[in-house]
Design a protein around this ligand. Structure first.
Ligand SMILES: Nc1ncnc2c1ncn2[C@@H]1O[C@H](COP(=O)(O)OP(=O)(O)OP(=O)(O)O)[C@@H](O)[C@H]1O
Length: 477
């Protein structure tokens, strides 16, 4: 049974999520503070942590760092309020698996939890530590190859904007060569997808494509992940491990968030690129490697060089060709194409027919800034299709709060956030009562144009009780 730890300073969120996930076969513990969570994690091994970004004694960013130190393999999903999405995107870059924005919906949570476990299993297959015996390497490569092919079930959407056309002109130009490539673009713009595409259109396409996220590698782990290690090379090296270079032998190695590599590792990497041989940690034996390198960064590497964060000689090694992927807000003409493709994808995934996108939602999409770019659009569509009944049009009510809020509003449409929107499908009596209370308060607030004194009068409670209930039910406006 998988273990989940929920960290949220709202007791009712802890209770209700714990019941909901418990019903779906998970072993769930809860806690309301970051300190208690860390203590629990030292005593018990959690497969997944669902963590509210804002806690009384710490914040999600610090907690993520601490969790990764205690157990780097624990999956972390961050829960954010609607104002924290940029922070959440930042945290995904720092190793959180994904984020959920409030209000939370049970099916969305369950979907993401299952997806996270499935993803971890496929990662484990890839990174399986195998003792090296003669003849075992082709087997490793084969596993990688099939995994990468499976990963590409999602269709790549090319786009029609000028930016998209230029991007594909460049991909077509560089793919058949053996040049190293730097891909530069904001988070979620599709850097890894472009790297896949380059590999797919190269002469190495029958060999492995291996992706390594340097952003989430600690200094200690980086050398072993890149170059592998010998059994006994350091405490915890129980078996020999084949690193990313050897895994990618003959194919393409994609190094994401390259500017995060420490200076020492940059030096080692430069040597490997010059000499085309690697040495596993703890071994003196040189192993020849033939690998095409594609690196990605969401900051300009030339600027990292100027700031002294990235070695200039290594930058020039990589900089045989640079591709820039424009952010979604600079290629809004592509929104319809992406949206339609993602709706089709989700229809297949959920085996459900979605209705049309309402004109208001289209307008909202056009106005929105898309800080998480294509990844964010894909998540928004996933969530909207999940929340909207079969064949019904997708309306503003299915969009996350931060999007609704950023969309031009009339004074009557002050957004209200509150997690209890999740609970409508729970039959538990207490939950039903809480949900009814929540709905009543929201309706009265709307009727009295969000005047709390009037709302308290209509509800026949004093203002203090109303404030307590707003806090308890996490209704913010
Ligand atoms: N052109 C595209 N067509 C279809 N899906 C895309 C496209 N570009 C990106 N995606 C999807 O968007 C999500 C994010 O893409 P990807 O991981 O390639 O972005 P990234 O820039 O590498 O992200 P990060 O900066 O976080 O590393 C993925 O689910 C990917 O499948």
């Amino acid at each position: 049974m998988k273990n989940i730890l929920i960290i949220d300073d709202e007791i009712n969120i802890c209770t209700l999520l714990s019941k909901f996930l418990g019903k779906h076969g998970f072993d769930v513990d809860t806690t309301m503070t970051g300190n208690a969570a860390l203590k629990m994690m030292k005593e018990k091994n959690y497969d997944l942590v669902l963590c509210d970004y804002r806690l009384k004694d710490t914040d999600g960013a610090q907690l993520l760092q601490d969790i990764r130190q205690i157990n780097p393999s624990t999956i972390v999903i961050i829960i954010t309020g609607y104002t924290d999405v940029r922070v959440a995107v930042e945290m995904v870059k720092n190793g959180a698996y994904d984020y959920l924005s409030k209000p939370l919906y049970p099916d969305e949570i369950l979907n993401l939890v299952h997806k996270a476990f499935a993803h971890k299993e496929s990662e484990q297959e890839r990174q399986a530590v195998r003792p090296v015996e003669s003849g075992s390497e082709p087997e490793v490569r084969e596993t990688l190859l099939s995994r990468n092919q499976n990963d590409k079930n999602d269709k790549y959407v090319y786009g029609e904007s000028e930016g998209a056309k230029e991007l594909f002109r460049q991909i077509r130009l560089v793919a058949p060569t053996d040049y190293s490539v730097i891909i530069f673009g904001e988070t979620g713009t599709g850097k890894e997808s472009v790297a896949h595409l380059i590999h797919h259109h190269s002469k190495r396409n029958s060999q492995p494509f291996v992706a390594l996220d340097c952003g989430s590698l600690s200094k200690e782990l980086a050398a072993s992940e890149l170059f592998g290690h010998e059994k006994g090379a350091f405490t915890g090296a129980i078996n020999t491990k084949i690193g990313a270079f050897e895994q990618a032998q003959g194919g393409t190695l994609f190094l994401d968030e390259i500017s995060n590599l420490s200076y020492d590792i940059q030096v080692a990497l430069l040597r490997v690129l010059q000499e085309k041989v690697i040495r596993r940690v703890g071994s003196l034996k040189e192993i020849p490697v033939d690998v095409r390198i594609i690196v990605a960064s969401n900051e300009k590497l030339s600027e990292s060089v100027q700031r002294g964060k990235f070695r200039e000689d290594l930058f020039h090694r990589f900089n045989e060709f640079t591709i820039y992927i424009p952010p979604l807000r600079e290629r809004r003409e592509d929104l319809p194409l992406f949206t339609t493709a993602f709706v089709n994808q989700v229809e297949k995934e959920l085996d459900k027919s979605c209705g049309k996108i309402s004109p208001e939602v289209w307008e909202c999409f056009r106005q929105y800034n898309w800080p998480g770019n294509i990844r964010e659009l894909k998540n928004v569509i996933r969530r909207a299709c999940l929340l909207t009944p079969e064949m019904e049009d997708i309306t503003m009510s299915a969009l996350p709060l931060e999007m609704k809020e950023s969309f031009s509003q009339t004074p009557d449409e002050i957004p209200i956030s509150g997690e209890l929107a999740i609970l409508s499908n729970d039959n538990d009596l207490k939950t039903v009562a809480l949900q009814a209370e929540y709905n009543k308060i929201i309706n009265v607030l709307k009727e009295v144009k969000y005047n709390k004194t009037k709302a308290a009068q209509v509800l026949n409670i004093d203002r203090k009780t109303l404030y307590n209930k707003l806090r308890l039910l996490n209704i913010n406006y």
